[in-house]
Design a protein around this ligand. Structure first.
Ligand code: HEM
Length: 391
């Protein structure tokens, strides 16, 4: 196989600018890639990633879903295999069904309008800092019952948890400090609740499960942690990526303007074409033979979801952004047992956010010189998307 000169290094900032050339070469030339420097493997084709997420017996999440080794063994849903995963997920999965989250639509819209109001007449907005970074955090804080005054602090901590310094394999110390700060905050919140009348929110449901002996205290804290992390960064990045792609593809924006009913399909296509979660890792429980290569037991394997989403073996003209495609089977929300718990919420937030943005902005243009990317081996998206628009 002629893959010696293909390199995939998710800690390299240059890859974050444009990973898609490398991704194509991985799919074509090295579908089972080994990164010798960091000693991990990567699967890049759609069928291989789908088979892996469905085979938790072989591709385990229990050693963590980052490439870096876990610094602390936190009891979180995303890092568990059955039967622990089944027990934990079942407890609150019912709170995140499309029907359950649909009732939040008015809340999301009111919040979106409040955030946009100061920018309406200005003709300019930073899609991320003025809007998309605030909306998902505000919603998840409401669902978790945290005061809105704490949103900025919580967002700073969660952003720090996912940030990685260039070329550095492990979570920086600031990330560890932010993780400890978040766990401390959640613990305090639960202690405060003990003396108050019961509330009707997710933490109350998790505390009831703890009282019934279905979750340990650490598992409750881990659950709140993963809900705060997963629901924040990724949805923010989806909204930013979508505004950027529509700016770069005026023909697609025109289609959407002409037929707003295409919005759900456009969201799925943005998830497929440039989704925020680039990859999640697994650890092999035994040797795996694939495409003529042998992945040893106990190896870290990156499942490159957004790379798989551009696999021409799966999608025709996969490198084209086509908002009519409606690819509901993309891997942007993962798949199998760990498929995103918050997918319906993310879809609702993205829909309302885009409806409100497109209603506010007439003609708009992203100021490309002002774009800034976040740097993370797993999440792709911007920290700044400055836009000018006509009313
Ligand atoms: C566009 C936004 C989002 C993206 C791209 C995204 C992506 C993903 C992906 C790829 C996974 C699978 C992880 C794996 O296979 O190891 C996942 C799992 C998860 N997501 Fe999301 N997510 C988003 C929004 C949300 C929101 C809003 C929430 C909050 C409620 C959330 C909560 C979770 C949780 C709890 C899991 C773990 C599920 C499990 O292990 O069973 N996500 N997400």
């Amino acid at each position: 196989m002629a893959h010696d000169d293909v390199n995939y290094d998710p800690f390299d900032y240059a890859l974050h600018d444009d990973p898609y050339q490398v991704y194509r070469r991985l799919r074509d030339e090295a579908p089972v890639f080994h990164n010798a420097r960091f000693d991990f493997w990567a699967l890049s084709r759609y069928d291989d990633c789908l088979a892996a997420v469905r085979n938790f017996g072989l591709f385990s999440s229990a050693q963590g879903t980052t490439l870096e080794p876990l610094k602390a063994q936190l009891p979180v849903l995303i890092n568990a295999d059955p039967p622990v995963h089944t027990r934990m997920r079942h407890l609150i999965a019912g709170l995140f069904t499309p029907a359950k989250v649909a009732v939040l639509e008015d809340n999301v819209r009111t919040l979106a309008r409040t955030l946009l109001a100061p920018h309406r007449d200005a003709g300019r907005i930073d899609i991320i800092t003025d809007f998309a970074a605030k909306l998902p955090m505000a919603i998840i804080c409401r669902l978790l019952g945290f005061p809105s005054a704490d949103e900025d602090k919580l967002r700073d901590w969660t952003d720090t948890v996912v940030h990685r310094d260039e070329g550095v394999f492990e979570m920086p110390d600031e990330g560890m400090h932010a993780t400890i700060a978040l766990f401390g905050y959640f613990d305090e919140d639960m202690k405060r609740r003990a003396g108050e009348p019961p509330r009707d929110d997710i933490i109350a449901a998790l505390m009831a499960a703890e009282a019934a002996g279905e979750l340990t205290h650490e598992e409750v804290l881990g659950y709140i942690f993963i809900l705060s992390i997963a629901g924040n960064e990724t949805t923010t990045k989806l909204i930013g990526n979508m505004v950027f792609q529509l700016h770069r593809h005026p023909d697609q924006l025109a289609l959407l303007r002409a037929d707003p009913a295409l919005l759900p399909s456009a969201i799925e296509e943005t998830m497929r074409f440039d989704g925020p979660t680039q990859m999640m890792a697994r650890t092999t429980t035994r040797e795996v033979e694939l495409h003529g290569r042998t992945i040893p037991a106990g190896a870290k394997v990156a499942l490159l979801f957004t790379c798989a989403n551009r696999d021409e073996r799966k999608y025709e003209h996969a490198e084209m952004y086509d908002i009519r495609r409606n690819p509901r089977d993309h891997l942007g929300f993962g798949g199998g047992l760990h498929a995103c718990l918050g997918a319906a919420l993310a879809r609702l937030e993205a829909k309302v956010a885009m409806e409100e943005l497109l209603a506010m902005m007439g003609d708009f243009a992203v100021d490309e010189a002002g774009l800034q990317r976040m740097h993370s081996p797993q999440v792709r998206g911007f920290t700044h998307v400055p836009v000018t628009f006509t009313a």
